[in-house]
Design a protein around this ligand. Structure first.
Ligand code: PHE
Ligand code: FE
Length: 283
């Protein structure tokens, strides 16, 4: 079914017209919503997705542009891949993406990442040289974390930056995480809703913090810049950090600590209004 690296051909010619139309609909909706909310680097990278054919991007054409920009490629996979495979792809500047696109009844919520999340959400920033380096360094860090038995700690870094990160811009905040930018509702919630906490990025603190996979985040971490994120992560040896945290208790998704830099103290009203909230959250 797949090669040893789990990749499969995209088979772009097999997409149906309604699937291409779904991509266009999602793309236009986000492209309209994001200016003013998203990190400028994302909008700069978005042009890489404006290919000659409308509809779902053809990876062959997309990769020619992405390769030129930063040496990254997108490869198709059938679904979730083992951690070691995922890290190996990232370390070698290959971003793994699903091939399927959500159905009309899943337009605002789906459990498994589809091609819209994976490509619209992640690829624009892979065209940014600093973010591109961060992603590759993360892959190498993942390979190391496998050996050190620390992937859960490292996965939190991915979650709170690559998927759900916020960026400071003067006195205001911008979104950059793929899980936010590919979601119509979270693109608004993450910045405008009084419910979630928005606190400064702190590597050790973040690695202790659980996250939600079933609903909007209750805490977002704010970085100063991609340069700063890269410097702090490649400039830190994670091994002693993993060791130090080995016996520590995790922080709940909504906890605020005295040492936190609080940009916004969340009311958690949204989370409380939901049938399951922080105590039921998974890791
Ligand atoms: N510096 C990390 C380590 O020692 C590797 C890493 C770099 C992880 C950048 C994430 C991002 O394991
Ligand atoms: Fe993702």
């Amino acid at each position: 079914m797949h090669k040893g690296d789990w990749t499969v051909p995209q088979e772009w010619h097999l997409y149906r017209a309604d699937e291409h139309a779904m991509w266009d609909r999602l793309f236009e909706r986000q492209a309209r919503l994001l200016p003013g909310r998203v990190a400028p680097a994302f909008l700069e990278g978005l042009d890489i997705l404006r290919l000659s054919k409308p509809g779902i991007p053809d990876f062959a054409e997309l990769n020619a542009r992405l390769m030129d920009a930063t040496g990254w490629q997108v490869v198709a996979v059938p679904g979730l891949v083992p951690d070691a495979v995922f890290f190996d792809h990232l370390a070698n500047r290959r971003f793994v993406a699903g091939r399927f696109i959500r159905r009309p009844d899943q337009i605002d919520y789906l459990e498994e990442p589809d091609i819209f999340h994976d490509v619209f959400g992640h690829v624009p920033l892979l065209a940014n040289p600093v973010f591109a380096d961060y992603m590759a360094a993360y892959g190498r860090g993942g390979q190391r974390a496998v050996k050190l038995g620390a992937i859960e700690r490292l996965a939190r870094l991915y979650w709170y930056t690559v998927e759900f990160g916020l960026l400071r811009s003067g006195d205001s905040l911008q979104i950059y995480g793929a899980g936010i930018v590919s979601s119509f509702s979270e693109s608004v919630f993450a910045l405008d809703d009084p419910s979630p906490n928005r606190i400064g990025f702190d590597l050790k603190r973040l690695m202790q913090t659980r996250y939600r996979i079933d609903d909007f985040q209750q805490t977002y971490f704010v970085i100063d810049s991609f340069e700063d994120l890269l410097a702090q992560t490649i400039g830190t040896d994670f091994a002693p950090l993993y060791q130090e945290l080995a016996g520590s208790t995790d922080l709940d998704v909504a906890t605020i600590l005295p040492g936190d830099t609080v940009f916004h103290l969340g009311t958690q009203a949204y989370a409380r209004s939901r049938p399951t909230h922080s105590s039921g959250s998974s890791e």
